[in-house]
Design a protein around this ligand. Structure first.
Ligand code: NAI
Length: 332
């Protein structure tokens, strides 16, 4: 089987450190699929990246056909089949949200242009570096020759967190819980929605709502817990989520690559204005199904009550503001 070429940016960072071996052991693209890993980081990180390359070599991984470490986008984006855009400008103390957004616009404008110029037109792109949704929007804008459907941002970590919290509450294995939805931005305005979720409890599949029997918890503490989970990990670990983020990147890409069957997964993808009234063009997290043809489709026809409507509008408003700020910066 021919190798596929997989780019990971921010390759000397902490998420990449957990992610690279899972790609190279076949957990993402399959146990038969040889891979070439392309590692991009910035020039000051090249020495550290050398160490990562040495470790990958020392893992003696049969599926790993080649490793390229570079700080040159023309090399990194050439002929890639999948792009995991993890590297981003981190938020430093005292930095305004706007400054962070503007620093990232520069990075993702440049990487979008590099995708357009050098990548395969079938490339599947997942943006992880924050603000992930808006970074993906900018990246897509500068890669007009690649279908918009090939761009996504990651909310799978939020989905995994939500699924795990519900499973824990019901004392069932995590896979017994299905169809939790993350709507909107990968930020504290996201709406983790358990209204359509089901759980298998004692062999019987039922609505999570009926199994939990605690609306107050589902409407308040559950939602807040997921919205604030990233901050809670930082507070405890003094570093942001990395192992769980890497696992979620693998889950997102594997489901995109192979299809997710009848499971719903949450992916931030381009809104076409339908079916939930989210402004067209925003990269917004929706419940999607993914076919074996690698095409995602937004799950339609879900009931949106007033509570849900308000939450979806709030996170859409935040994303529209981010988009406006980012697009304004693009004209500079
Ligand atoms: P990290 O700081 O350990 O690593 C980031 C790496 O990106 C660094 O090595 C840095 O040099 C590199 N980098 C910066 N600019 C770059 C550029 N222009 N090209 C290539 N590489 C570049 O950070 P960590 O923990 O690995 O997180 C990475 C990003 O992922 C952060 O923005 C973080 O906020 C985000 N994140 C997103 C999550 C999500 O669910 N969407 C979850 C967790 C983290």
């Amino acid at each position: 089987m021919d190798s596929i070429r997989v780019l990971v940016t921010g390759a000397a960072g902490q998420i990449a450190y957990s992610l690279l071996s899972s790609i190279a052991t076949g957990e993402v693209f399959g146990k038969e699929q040889p891979v070439e890993l392309v590692l991009l980081d910035i020039p000051p990180m090249m020495k550290a990246l050398e160490g990562v390359v040495m470790e990958l070599q020392d893992c003696a991984l049969p599926l790993l056909n080649d490793v390229v470490a570079t700080c040159d986008e023309a090399v990194a984006f050439a002929n890639i089949d999948a792009a995991m855009l993890v590297g981003a400008m981190p938020r430093r103390e005292g930095m305004e949200r706007k400054d962070l957004l503007l620093a990232n616009v520069k990075i993702f404008k440049s990487q979008g242009a590099a995708l357009d110029k050098y990548a395969k037109k079938t490339v599947k792109v997942i943006v992880v570096g924050n603000p992930a949704n808006t970074n993906a929007l900018i990246c897509k804008k500068y890669a007009p020759s690649i279908p918009a459907a090939n761009f996504s941002a990651m909310t799978r970590l939020d989905q995994n967190r939500a699924q795990a919290q519900l499973a824990s509450r019901l004392s069932v294995p995590v896979n017994a819980v299905q169809n939790v939805v993350i709507w909107g931005n990968h930020s504290s305005t996201q709406y983790p929605d358990a209204r359509h979720a089901t759980a298998e409890v004692n062999g019987v599949t039922q609505r999570v709502h009926d199994a939990v029997k605690d609306d107050a918890w589902l409407h308040n503490d559950f939602i807040k817990c997921i919205q604030q989970r990233g901050a809670a990990v930082i507070q405890a670990r003094k570093l942001s989520s990395a192992m769980s983020a890497a696992k979620a990147i693998g889950d997102h890409m594997r489901d995109w690559w192979f299809g997710a069957g009848d499971r719903w997964v949450s992916m931030a993808v381009t809104s076409d204005g339908n079916p939930y009234g989210v402004p067209e063009g925003l990269i917004f997290s929706f419940p999607v199904t993914v076919g074996a043809d690698k095409q995602w489709k937004i799950v339609e026809g879900l009931n949106i009550n007033d509570f849900a409507r308000e939450k979806i509008e709030l996170t859409a408003k935040e994303l529209a503001e981010e988009r406006d700020m980012a697009l304004e910066a693009c004209t500079d």
